[in-house]
Design a protein around this ligand. Structure first.
Ligand SMILES: NC(=O)c1ccc[n+]([C@@H]2O[C@H](COP(=O)([O-])OP(=O)(O)OC[C@H]3O[C@@H](n4cnc5c(N)ncnc54)[C@H](O)[C@@H]3O)[C@@H](O)[C@H]2O)c1
Length: 374
């Protein structure tokens, strides 16, 4: 195994809370070296480089691509930048990890998948929801008929005020004054691309690729307040998507400003003989690989589910965003000759198409037939 040189682009919330602390742990020194950080916000790359002992720092992405000593890039930038930054990275011969939604359209995703194949580099898009043992167990239970004939499912997430209140956005120094406004603006803003993406990876990982989509969608909260300033929001924040999985099995996926049907982003599944709601089968907690360990987490089973992911041992148990760390490590191992990760770019593209088709259906009033699979 060779040591893979990793550069992180974007030193905002997820990078500071999860990616940089995980990747700078000494137990990974035989697998990777965190060599470069890039962020244009004044002083942020410099401060992050000092805090996490990163040798190279850049404020300009083009400069970073030319001069950074990296084999692999984790893009931790706003979602609307992922396509252009990912394309430039692939053209520069870098392997790429995308922090959640890889692109905002499936055509862009196809372009990146084809380009990566042509250039001989590997790409992975978080979230690898099917790495989670509970999702694998739910898939198996449904396949085994535990809830009879599956009829319908529901999943989704809501923004609440999560991004406005993240701790790295409340201070006055370069590492703690990160502006969340992009989360509410096109392209790439809104809960569907940022949060419902988890639910859709789980839903389609469990049920397989979907066939058709229809939706209603719009902006419910046109102005948000952040640290005393009003932020204009033009990205749809209130979206209800109906998904057809074939054989008259349907699902509802929501990305909304408020409210949740199930705990976490998990789906609920309803069949002729029973139901799986969150982590319970007919009201009884599901047993799955590692569920006892998950239960021992001080915050309970949902948080403990990240403890039982691969790679999450030792100090990594105390660092946030373990699932992101797993997706990066699976890419590193894939680059080193290991198996392709569960968080495939093809799966990510299918989820992107569901979101994109939902917006198209809401705009046109026409049900959209999906073209991608995984
Ligand atoms: N915040 C979370 O809880 C969280 C969790 C998991 C994944 N993610 C995903 O991670 C990504 C980043 O989210 P975040 O919350 O850290 O965003 P953020 O707004 O906190 O940080 C984004 C950073 O990107 C920087 N940036 C902007 N333009 C850039 C450019 N051209 N080159 C390099 N850097 C640039 C910004 O200065 C900022 O520091 C998103 O895709 C998000 O969906 C976020």
């Amino acid at each position: 195994m060779s040591v893979i040189r990793v550069g992180v682009v974007g030193a905002g919330s997820v990078a500071q809370r999860g990616i940089l602390p995980h990747l700078s742990q000494p137990d990974l020194a035989n697998r990777l070296a965190l060599t470069a950080i890039c962020d244009p916000a004044p002083g942020r790359a410099h401060a992050a480089a000092e805090k996490f002992s990163i040798p190279q720092q850049f404020t300009d992405y083009a400069d970073f691509l030319i001069h950074a000593d990296v084999d692999l890039i984790s893009l931790a930038t706003p979602i609307g930048m992922h396509y252009a930054q990912g394309k430039a990275a692939i053209l520069a011969g870098k392997h790429v990890h995308f922090n959640k939604t890889m692109t905002t359209t499936s055509a862009q995703a196809t372009e990146l998948i084809d380009l990566a194949a042509a250039r001989g580099v590997k790409i992975v898009a978080s979230p690898g929801e099917m790495n989670r043992p509970h999702n694998q167990a739910i898939k198996q239970l449904i396949a085994d008929g535990a809830i009879g004939e599956l009829c319908w499912a529901v999943c989704g997430a809501s923004f609440g005020r999560y991004h406005e209140t993240e701790i790295y956005r409340q201070g006055n120094d370069p590492l703690s004054n990160v502006d969340p406004s992009w989360y509410y603006r096109k392209p790439g803003g809104g809960p569907m691309y940022d949060m419902t993406v988890y639910a859709l990876h789980g839903l389609t990982g469990i049920l397989g690729p979907a066939k058709r989509v229809t939706a209603m969608s719009g902006v419910r909260i046109p102005m948000r307040e952040f640290r005393g300033q009003m932020v204009a929001c033009d990205a749809d924040d209130n979206t209800l998507v109906l998904i057809d999985f074939g054989n008259n099995v349907f699902a509802l996926a929501y990305g909304t400003p408020a409210g949740a049907v199930s705990e976490d982003d998990s789906g609920s599944f309803f069949g002729t003989k029973g139901q799986i709601v969150g982590l319970n089968l007919n009201g009884t907690p599901i047993d799955y690989a590692g569920s006892t360990i998950a239960d021992s987490h001080p915050e309970g089973r949902w948080s403990g589910n990240q403890w039982i992911l691969p790679y999450v041992t030792g100090t990594h148990r105390d660092i946030a965003e373990q699932h992101v760390f797993v997706d990066i490590m699976q890419l590193i191992d894939w680059v080193n000759g290991g198996p392709p990760p569960i968080a495939s770019a093809q799966h990510a593209r299918h989820v992107i198409e569901i979101i994109e088709a939902g917006f198209a259906a809401a705009t046109t009033g026409q049900t959209q037939t999906l073209t991608t699979t995984f």
